[in-house]
Write a protein that binds this ligand. Structure first.
Ligand code: ZN
Length: 389
């Protein structure tokens, strides 16, 4: 009881003596809160394995950030760059300076200048403390339920509300990040004659509006392009560093593989088209097979891409099962016997033929797989499939 009164007395005297915060102090306090929340969200991404560890690529991105920022900026805002294993197209920045580039974004980036522009945009969000402002102006920039749904697609992670809270900015902030980002990018020596078209490409059209979901909350293309055009200095595309394309192919391969694992077949199909043989044929076959085998997640993905009802899509996808299997068959038979992915292709081929009702062809492919595979677990599983034929 005495302790209670003592605490109460302390609190009362404490409360009375607290001076009213100045505006600057209030902002500093809000920034500290936003940073603390970001620390938690970022730590959760790390704990749950959402940081993609690729030392080579990480080092490359780090060097890109160094070109775009001063040592003072990096220090003041503790700027740090992470790759996220998420195969969807996105990048986001936390108020604590942690910037995440998702693997999926790299799959639609054709050159260093584009990547640097995205990075410059995210850096500006951090430096202009947009996370703090967004967080304290929730009523003005409420994230729609739909966007939240997109953010939580297929993950259900607790950190996601924090990401949306900290990184879904208002149109004005996006314009600011675009403009200041463009200036920063040009100062760093980057140029790209079609950078505004790149923005448009990222925003719609060739990329289903699915993926670039961060940019769905961004202002319309035409508005962004118009706002940036006067600031753009005419120039040639700045050259890629040596080895850029090879590295990009490698990253694209990883991201497409992850999409297939996460049953994002439509998206994987689009990515696979950019890969070189034999991965291209193998991944295309796996994606078509996935569409035939798993109409439910496929419908969910399609509905998500098209902003439509999953129920409607499921019936359409199920009706195309035969066609999908034939596509898979055509692609998988294009993988040559000398190919390093031949064993894996025979596993896929077995599944395709089995689902098409061609039991003999399925058995042949599965048996070929058994002689080539080095995975006892997969071999055991394939044996059970052969028994059921
Ligand atoms: Zn933005």
């Amino acid at each position: 009881m005495r302790v209670f009164f003592l605490l109460l007395a302390l609190c009362l005297s404490g409360c009375q003596s607290t001076p009213k915060l100045t505006k600057a102090e209030k902002i500093a306090q809000q920034q500290a809160e936003a940073v603390a929340l970001a620390d938690k969200a970022s730590a959760e991404l790390n704990d749950r394995g959402h940081r993609y560890r690729d030392i080579t690529y990480q080092a490359y991105l780090q060097s890109l950030m160094q070109r775009l920022t001063t040592a003072e900026e990096r220090q003041q805002y503790s700027l740090q760059l992470f790759l996220s294993s998420n195969p969807l197209v996105n990048a986001f920045a936390f108020p604590n300076g942690d910037i995440y580039i998702q693997l999926g974004l790299l799959t639609i980036t054709d050159n260093e200048a584009e990547l640097a522009f995205v990075l410059a945009h995210e850096i500006e969000h951090v430096l202009q403390e947009h996370g703090r402002i967004t967080r304290t102006q929730r009523s003005k920039t409420m994230v729609s339920a739909h966007i939240l749904d997109l953010l939580t697609f297929g993950t259900g992670l607790a950190y996601l509300p924090a990401i949306s809270e900290l990184s879904s900015h208002s149109k004005e902030m996006e314009f600011q990040a675009d403009k200041a980002g463009l200036e920063r990018w040009q100062r760093a020596g980057f140029s790209h004659p079609q950078i505004t078209e790149v923005l448009a490409r990222l925003n719609n059209g060739e990329v289903p509006r699915d993926d670039w979901f961060a940019y769905r909350t961004h202002p319309e293309n035409s508005e962004r392009v118009l706002a940036l055009a006067p600031l753009l200095k005419p120039a040639e595309l700045s050259p890629n560093p040596e080895g850029f394309d090879t590295e990009m192919q490698r990253i694209r391969l990883q991201a497409t593989g992850m999409k297939l694992k996460r049953r994002l077949y439509f998206s994987a199909l689009r990515d696979a088209a950019q890969l070189s043989s034999p991965w291209r044929e193998l991944f295309e076959a796996e994606a078509w097979l996935g569409l035939a085998q798993y109409p439910r997640p496929a419908a969910r993905e399609k509905a998500w891409l098209m902003d439509e009802d999953a129920e409607d899509w499921q019936a359409q996808i199920e009706a195309k099962k035969e066609q999908y299997l034939q596509q898979a068959q055509a692609h998988v038979t294009a993988v040559g016997a000398e190919s390093p992915v031949y064993a894996r292709s025979q596993r896929v081929r077995g599944d395709v033929e089995r689902l098409l009702g061609n039991n003999d062809a399925a058995r042949t492919a599965y048996q070929r797989f058994l002689t080539l595979s080095e995975s006892p677990a997969e071999q055991a599983y394939v044996r059970t499939l052969i028994e059921k034929l």
